[in-house]
Design a protein around this ligand. Structure first.
Ligand code: COA
Length: 195
């Protein structure tokens, strides 16, 4: 289990020197996180309505609790077999950040690669939580023997791109019509990190 207690000393070690410091715990996801993780995820549907530029691709209709449970069960199973990895950031017992990696086609010629997703709750961004989650995840992926991490990021998502570049991700392409939102295409940059 990876645990970083984000006290000032540790945050300094991780290169996180920020004002408005928050005591945040970063740990692996577990079965008991389901309800909080579902609540955390559902909040992005509200945020996307307010901000159509939000750099996340969600389903057209918010999934129900049962769909969410189905996703969570397969995710946790994959975590147990080493085909997925999840980290949550916790503040005051609430989930304020989540990072996941899914191994590409387990037991195949591409299973050395993992697809990464990361989010931090609105109001908690720009404080170093994303950096802590991503650093922890990179370390965990190395330990589990993954060799490459890859992701897609909206071309205009400057905060996210800066974070990925800072931690060593390289751009290897651009999909100009990756997302179609409200009839308009949004391009995605493709990035990877050699672990
Ligand atoms: C992208 C995201 C995960 C980064 O997490 P975070 O906790 O904000 O990241 P950090 O604070 O560690 O670093 C983000 C960088 O943006 C800067 N920043 C400044 N204000 C910010 C703000 N309001 N929001 C986000 N980042 C901000 C930070 O200073 C930092 O820049 P630096 O690398 O030059 O120091 C988070 O912003 C997020 O969830 N965004 C919405 C969902 C999303 O876009 N996910 C990524 C999909 S590819």
């Amino acid at each position: 289990m990876v645990v970083f207690l984000a006290n000032p000393k540790i945050s300094k070690d991780l290169g996180l020197v920020r004002d408005g410091f928050l005591p945040v715990t970063i740990r692996e996801t577990g079965v008991s996180d389901f309800e909080k993780l579902a609540k955390y995820y559902f909040e992005f549907y509200g945020e996307l309505k307010e901000n159509p530029q939000l750099g996340l691709t969600l389903f057209d209709n918010k999934p129900g609790m049962l769909d969410e449970m189905g996703w969570f069960i397969s995710f946790q199973k994959a975590c147990e077999t080493g085909d997925a990895l999840g980290l949550v950031a916790i503040e005051s017992e609430e989930i304020v950040g989540f990072c996941e990696v899914d191994r590409r086609k387990p037991t195949s010629a591409v299973s050395h690669r993992g697809g990464l997703g990361i989010t931090v709750k609105k109001g908690y961004r720009g404080k170093g939580i994303g950096t802590m989650l991503l650093k922890g995840m990179i370390e965990m992926c190395r330990k589990r023997g993954l060799e490459v991490l890859e992701l897609e990021v909206f071309v205009g998502n400057e905060h996210a791109k800066r974070l990925y570049q800072r931690l060593g991700f390289k751009r290897y392409g651009l999909h100009p019509q990756a997302v179609k939102r409200n009839g308009t295409y949004i391009g995605e940059e493709l990035m990877f990190l050699k672990l």
